[in-house]
Design a protein around this ligand. Structure first.
Ligand code: ATP
Ligand code: MG
Ligand code: MG
Ligand code: MG
Length: 480
């Protein structure tokens, strides 16, 4: 019982063997050729039906989207475009699909818009584009685990429900065990949510980092890879309310080593996907290139998808301090009203994605690692530089994406950390466990967060983050 991918890979070597194939009908031509697909590959297998040897009633029920179990013989194909095909001996219809009813769905074989695919997210797994993306996503996830495994990292699971709100970005979903019909009230009659998790306040995690740090302070090199949640009530093409993040954390690593690791990881996993998903990648590359020709010239990518990936693989990422980046942005002609929506005003400004993308796509035309950001615009836990103004933060910016990685060397000195905790208005008592690692054998350490969906966006050349996750969670999307 082979998958269609396995059968097609075996090709002529299994000619004349009998096989069973199961799948969904993509097309039924001339009452004679069925294109069958089972999701294992973008390619269909051709089933040849000699209509004289089958019951007419049975053949009538075979239509696009129906599911079949076919037993037949592998033969070398006479037709162009395929090496082998299956001569059907028996055909069992597992599930019919009424042709009138599929008219209104994305199963109808024609070009559908991505918007339409999103509206029928439950059916899009059966479309070429989405299935290809899912297989590439799978390959990238596997490559990530393989990379860290080869590098001696320990995979640690950090909690989804957490009592710490250390990022302090105010983007948290709270978790409640309270009886919603019987909420506890304070003296003024206001609902008291402060003890909603069996007596304590908790949130869905926005990052596994703080937990990851304390794990690395015993295990050395660890990574977490799990869902993270941010109540981003915005509708960009780069933000989800639920996304998957890869977060390595390494004891004894400084910022340079952190950047080296991130660059190496990104190149490794992109290479892996290209090698292991050649058919899907070719399909997505053709799709991307065709899409570019339909865009206005100023929005068009200068490179084809494959060239863009090659370029990233074969060039060192440019490393640039935040201060140098501000300099470039201030001097740029682009930094005027009408060009940037938010013109860069000077040192200290938080970069918007339009600024990041300008640096990558227009100025350098290559991935950029920005580092040494002003302390005020970054989180409290980042290592303060000797200048007292900047922290050892780094963001990796990719063409077509903007920020794909955010990371830093962490503040390992207890006295400096305590000052930052106070400055940022965080309750030091809540951080007792985090502070302990600095009290008992502190070491320099670093880590970063890589957004899986942004990586998949980059590799597949897709433009909207909703199209690279099985079930997107956005303000408008949480039905199933
Ligand atoms: P951005 O500036 O794009 O909002 P961020 O700086 O808030 O991102 P970090 O807290 O640095 O994000 O998270 C690390 C990584 O997680 C980011 O570099 C990005 O790849 C990914 N990421 C962050 N927020 C989201 C989101 N809402 N949806 C999908 N991926 C995200
Ligand atoms: Mg953000
Ligand atoms: Mg950012
Ligand atoms: Mg960031």
């Amino acid at each position: 019982n082979y998958t269609i991918k396995e059968i097609l890979e075996k090709g002529k070597t299994i000619a004349l063997q009998e096989v069973t194939v199961q799948g969904w009908v993509r097309a039924f031509r001339s009452n004679r050729f069925i294109a069958l697909n089972d999701g294992s590959t973008i390619k269909n297998i051709q089933i040849v039906v000699d209509f004289e040897s089958f019951d007419e009633e049975l053949l009538k029920k075979i239509s696009t989207a129906a599911s079949l179990k076919v037993r037949g013989e592998i033969v070398e194909s006479q037709g162009a475009g395929q090496e082998i095909e299956v001569i059907a001996k028996t055909i069992e219809i597992l599930g019919e699909a009424n042709p009138d009813e599929i008219q209104a769905t994305i199963l109808q074989p024609k070009q559908h818009s991505l918007e339409k695919l999103r509206e029928q997210a439950h059916l899009r797994f059966r479309t070429n584009t989405f299935a290809a993306i899912m297989r590439v996503r799978n390959s990238l996830m596997f490559a990530i685990h393989q990379y860290f495994n080869e590098q001696g990292f320990v995979y640690v699971n950090t909690p989804i429900i957490t009592g710490s709100d250390a990022e302090g970005a105010g983007e948290m979903f709270s978790v409640t065990s309270l009886d919603m019909d019987n909420l506890p009230k304070d003296e003024e009659g206001k609902v008291d949510y402060s003890k909603d998790f069996f007596g304590k306040h908790t949130n869905l995690t926005v990052s596994g980092q703080l937990n990851g740090e304390v794990a690395a302070m015993g295990l050395g090199k660890i990574y977490t890879f799990g869902p993270t949640f941010r109540a981003e009530n915005s509708n960009t093409t780069r933000h989800l309310a639920e996304f998957w993040m890869i977060e390595p954390e390494m004891a004894f690593y400084n910022l340079d080593m952190n950047m080296d690791l991130a660059e190496d990881l990104l190149k490794y996993v992109i290479r892996y996907a290209l090698k292991n998903c050649p058919d899907d990648m070719q399909f997505l590359a053709e799709r991307f290139d065709k899409e570019q020709t339909q865009k206005p010239a100023n929005e068009r990518s200068e490179l084809s998808l494959m060239d863009r990936l090659d370029y990233v693989l074969n060039n060192q990422f440019i490393r640039l301090t935040y201060t140098e980046a501000i300099d470039i942005l201030m001097k740029s002609k682009h930094n005027q009203k009408g060009k940037f929506q938010y013109p860069v005003e000077g040192w200290g400004t938080d970069l918007q994605s339009e600024h990041e993308r300008y640096l990558v796509e227009k100025h350098f035309k290559t991935p950029v690692i920005l580092f040494d950001y002003p302390a005020e615009i970054k989180a409290f836990y980042m290592r303060l530089n000797e200048d007292g103004k900047t922290v050892r933060a780094m963001d990796i910016l990719f063409p077509g994406i903007g920020e794909i990685v955010g990371g830093s060397q962490r503040e390992e000195r207890l006295d400096v950390l305590d000052q930052k905790i106070e400055q940022f208005g965080i309750h030091a008592e809540d951080m007792w466990w985090y502070r302990d690692t600095r009290r008992f054998g502190t070491v320099p350490h670093s880590g970063f967060g890589l957004g899986l969906e942004r990586l998949v966006l980059f590799v597949t050349g897709m433009g909207n983050i909703r199209d690279v996750i099985p079930f997107p969670r956005t303000p408008k999307n949480a039905e199933f």
